[in-house]
Design a protein around this ligand. Structure first.
Ligand SMILES: [Zn+2]
Length: 161
C-alpha cells in the first residue's frame, strides 16, 4: 500500500478501531464509514491499483475470495450477536474520523440494523463521472435483508434515469 489515498494510508487506523471485517494477504475489507444500509462494506486490494485487471492472478483471486469471506463473516457475526452493528455505528456517529457522521447515525434506527443478512449486491464506481471518490480500486458490498428481490439494475433504474 504505497499511495496517498485513504485505502493505502488508513488501514492501521481502521485495524486498531476494529473496523476491518476480514482480510488476507492481498486484500482487506472495512465497514463503510458512510453506509447506505447496515453492514455496507468496502473491499479493496492492498496493492494500489485503478482496476482489478492491474492485479496479478493470485491477488485477483484473493480479492474475489475475500468478497466471499466478508459476507460469511458478517453472517457469522450476526448469528453470534444480532446487535453487533450497533456499537460500530455508535462509534462512527460519535468518532467519525473526518467523515460525515449522519450516515452512520441513520443506521442506528434503520429497520434492518438487527436483521439477518440473506444476500448481497456488489457495486464499483469507476472514474469520477461514476462517483468514484478514492483513486484506489474498491468494491461496495451491500447486504440484503428483505425478500423484495430488487436487484442492482432496479437500484440503478430508480436513481439513474
Ligand atoms: Zn491506494
Amino acid at each position: 500500500m504505497e499511495a496517498d489515498d485513504i485505502f493505502c494510508k488508513l488501514y492501521p487506523v481502521w485495524k486498531k478501531l476494529g473496523w476491518v471485517i476480514a482480510e488476507n494477504a492481498h486484500a482487506y475489507s472495512i465497514y463503510c464509514v458512510t453506509p447506505a444500509n447496515p453492514g455496507h462494506a468496502l473491499v479493496m486490494p492492498r496493492q494500489h491499483v485503478q482496476v482489478l485487471a492491474e492485479l496479478g492472478p493470485e491477488a485477483a483471486y484473493a480479492f474475489n475470495q475475500l468478497e466471499v469471506d466478508v459476507f460469511e463473516t458478517l453472517k457469522r457475526k450476526h448469528s453470534e450477536n444480532p446487535e453487533h452493528l450497533i456499537p460500530l455505528y455508535t462509534e462512527m456517529s460519535t468518532n467519525p474520523k473526518g467523515f460525515d457522521p449522519k450516515f452512520a447515525t441513520a443506521m442506528l434506527s434503520h429497520q434492518h440494523i438487527r436483521a439477518e443478512p440473506l444476500g448481497r449486491m456488489h457495486g464499483t464506481n469507476l472514474d469520477k463521472i461514476a462517483g468514484r471518490t478514492v483513486p484506489h480500486y474498491h468494491g461496495n458490498m451491500f447486504l440484503r435483508y428483505g425478500d423484495d428481490k430488487l436487484g442492482i439494475a432496479d437500484a440503478v433504474r430508480e436513481y439513474l434515469r
